[in-house]
Design a protein around this ligand. Sequence first.
Ligand code: DAK
Length: 259
Amino acid sequence: MEFEFILVQAAYAPHIALVQLNRPKELNALNLQLMLELKKALAQLDEQDEVRCIIITGNQQAFAAGADIKQMESKGPIDLLKIDQFETWDQIRKTKKPIIAAVSGFALGGGCELAMTCDMIIASETAKFGQPEIKIGIMPGAGGTQRLTRAVGKVNAMEMVLTGKFIGAEEAKNMGLVNRVVPEELYLDEAVKLAKEIALMSPIAIRLAKESVNKAFESGLQEGLFFERKNFYMTFASNDQKEGMSAFVEKRRPDFKGN
Ligand code: DAK
């Protein structure tokens, strides 16, 4: 897959794809083309059976320092309406395969929102998270007020969104925003380790489980439980369920084929 602003390796490791945001001089500021490329790459990876888990990363200095301010500066609301970037963000959110954000350096504004759109976040000790939109006279627009609040709670989200302050990786971990913090030289390895663990599971069960956990953010408890139940039943339609349970009984490792 050839793109201008991202690098994609569909077989970075067995069953693991790596997508690297690649505008280093601009601290990976998310311009419109980059986001379209990301949407396209994720849709393609979602279609490939060989891929079981996707990692999105940047570089040591920046995951992404936000949407491209220079590109947004002159826009009016009707321009934004016509561009309808939300369609792109919604498609990214709908990726069926699990996505891990491997974050080092700045994850700000849209960059923090992109990390939160992923399913898990591995952070380097140097990662800095923030929603600094308020400092440039706007506010978060791609889920920052909603996902951040669900992750870190009202008072923490309020302070970050209203002051634009950055928080370090350890603070983000303590607030529940990231899964774990590792030394800078290890953040990608740690994400790959987590991806490998997930890739060993049944891709069908993983897909249904991801859908179900996400449902918890979008519904009341009863509706969520009902949704979970349906997906639980569905896992019993897969060969992977038979394989997983036989392997347990036969005291061997399961070999999940994704069917
Ligand atoms: N946009 C464009 N360029 C950026 C950028 C950004 N967000 N962040 C950094 N850069 C560029 C800088 O302009 C500079 O370029 P040159 O001047 O060298 O050409 C280069 O990257 C290096 O940056 P600095 O020289 O500033 O580096 P420092 O280490 O001094 O500072 C910094 C790093 C991250 C603290 C600083 O660059 C900074 O404050 N950056 C802006 C952070 C920010 O405000 N982010 C939020 C942007 S608003 C939406 C979806 C999402 C969004 C909106 C709508 N829809 C679905 C509709 C999201 C909005 C945002 O993210």
